[in-house]
Design a protein. Sequence first.
Length: 709
Amino acid sequence: MTKRDELARARAEHEQLGDEIAAHDRAYYQNDAPVISDADYDAMRRRYEALEALFPALVDENSLSRKVGAAPAEKFAKIAHAVPMLSLGNIFSDEELEDFVARVKRFLGLDPDAEVAFTAEPKIDGLSCSLRYEKGVLVSAATRGDGLVGEDVTANVRTIADVPERLAGAAPDVIDVRGEVYMGHRDFAALNGRQAAAGKPLFANPRNAAAGSLRQLDPHVTAQRPLKFFAYAWGELNWGELNRGEVDPDRPADSQNGMMTAFRAFGFKVNPLTKLCRSAGEMLAHFRDIESRRASLGYDIDGVVYKVNDLALQQRLGFVSRAPRWATAHKFPAEKATSVVRDIEIQVGRTGVLTPVARLDPVTVGGVVVSNATLHNEDEIARKDIRIGDTVIVQRAGDVIPQILGIVPEKRPEGARPYEFPHVCPACGSAAVREIDAKTGEAEVARRCTGTLVCPAQAVERLRHFCSRNAFDIEGLGDKQIAFFYEKGLIRTPADIFTLQARDSKSLTRIENFEGFGKVSTRKLFDAIEARRDVALNRFIFALGIRHVGETNAIRLARSFETFEALREAARHATPGSEARQRINDIDGIGDVVAEAVADFFVEPHNERALDALLAQVRILPMEAVKSDSAVAGKTVVFTGTLVKLTRDEAKAMAERLGAKVSSSVSKKTDLVIAGADAGSKLAKARELGVEVIDEDAWLVLAGVGASG
Ligand code: IVH
């Protein structure tokens, strides 16, 4: 055999082995499901390396020996939820429970003594899943994802015994059955036993095990994991035939509890501790009862969920941002443990805030290993007098970052000195200062780095935020890649992202030659960037990372200004006391602090320059649609006077849901005024300006709710 033949054969084997090893890596790293023994895997790997040692020509940028870890996670197909999957608000105390019940009644305009029934049921600590049944047959299943789009886990869900393939009895035309996929304690222990025996990594808790098992690329693996399912909610629901020809035009179930009964009839498991309660007192009693049984349930729960029972009331209550007004989660008190502070590190956030983080000896709190805890700010450290070497009490509640409650004074080591908070940014060396609040004259709690433009910590954080899912949503530009491109000097500002490809094509050191990139992923990255040159106005505003402008305020600004130029123009002139400042201030939900932050952002010349560069690269589309087919979509409405069928909050929320802007004052820009009883000056102004005025009933008709009597 000639040398050349030898090389060709080696190349073929090398390539084949490379593919196989990559497949095993995926099975191991992404699926937790190796299909060969470690010894066999090692043997393949050794052969692969031996070939490279013999034939160095085989080593190119695709060689596995030049890659660290596994290939980027393969993606699941995506499923858009027909109805968004929301999260729940939290309450932690008896008082908050009373407040929640009172708030519901107030919103509905009910007497504080009126009776509103709630269901109370355990909050299962698993992961939520939406199962779609059409004509009674399971057609797809998706994880929650970002609430709007989840991952397609249909094949995996089909392996869960609690999930019926077909609904029993008469089934609706369409129903998304929602609930929690979870793993019981005994099954969890057994699974970890098997993992240990196979030398595989252990799962930290049943929730992680359930998530890891459901988000498997190979359903055979899921099938071997003992997952369970409780149904507790629904998304799209069309009763179809079930409703036709019935004397009572009501839906087959008109209450939360009725739906639970329906779920049971369909063949689902519904949590047996679900109970109908008629007062805050009954809810609290049931909360205590569930809490007392927590340890013996056999699965993890982290609280109790209360839901208004009457579905018509649920409908009226609606949602506020991402959580329903008609439900909340009453969380169990956090679990505690003690550990030792080994060090205090300072992290610099996107907005330049210096945040101290305690590095702790690892300790298990509530089933999760904790080795870091936030110390919030320098005042907090001083107040608790936390010193390096101190033994501290650590608390963890749900998914929130672990907190340090305080120190154990008798365990303080001798010679421990009070912690001195740095006055210099650890990332860039710029001075770190505490701003003086103009109103109170007091120093802000946060110490901030002043090197906004030179500070790498802020720049990288800013870019990360810019690319994040609810901002520009650039796939392939994750934390690691951004840090990498930043370090290489290829991306320093948002505009650089969009010029990356053009610069790369002219560069001698091409991105595809960097370790871990390659032709295919570079192509994908460029495509992902190109796909985001068109961006909705609200996302664009959010992406800028203006202080106090989160998603909701970005939507408010977008809705009010409609174009970026209009916002920019106003913000540039929004000096304190100016008309432009007032214009921003007048937006419902936006106050002084936000208006000031917006103005500050746009007057900063460096930001102006960065913006111009960015605007040359992207095209801003109108705000993402809320609900554009309604009669009031895009209109500016003002409510005035006393409404009798709706509370003011309810009316406002209704209008916003229909895509209208709600304003508090009448001007030429007002499209519609809804005047209740005793309307005064606003009504007069509307008449004067010739703005259309309607009464509450007409509003209900317009909003598609209808009015009677
Ligand atoms: S109801 C619109 N009920 O809690 C309300 N959620 O914090 C939909 N969860 O994403 C949720 N047990 O994963 C509801 N009995 C229960 C629950 C429950 C656990 C989870 C669910 C949700 C999260 C919100």
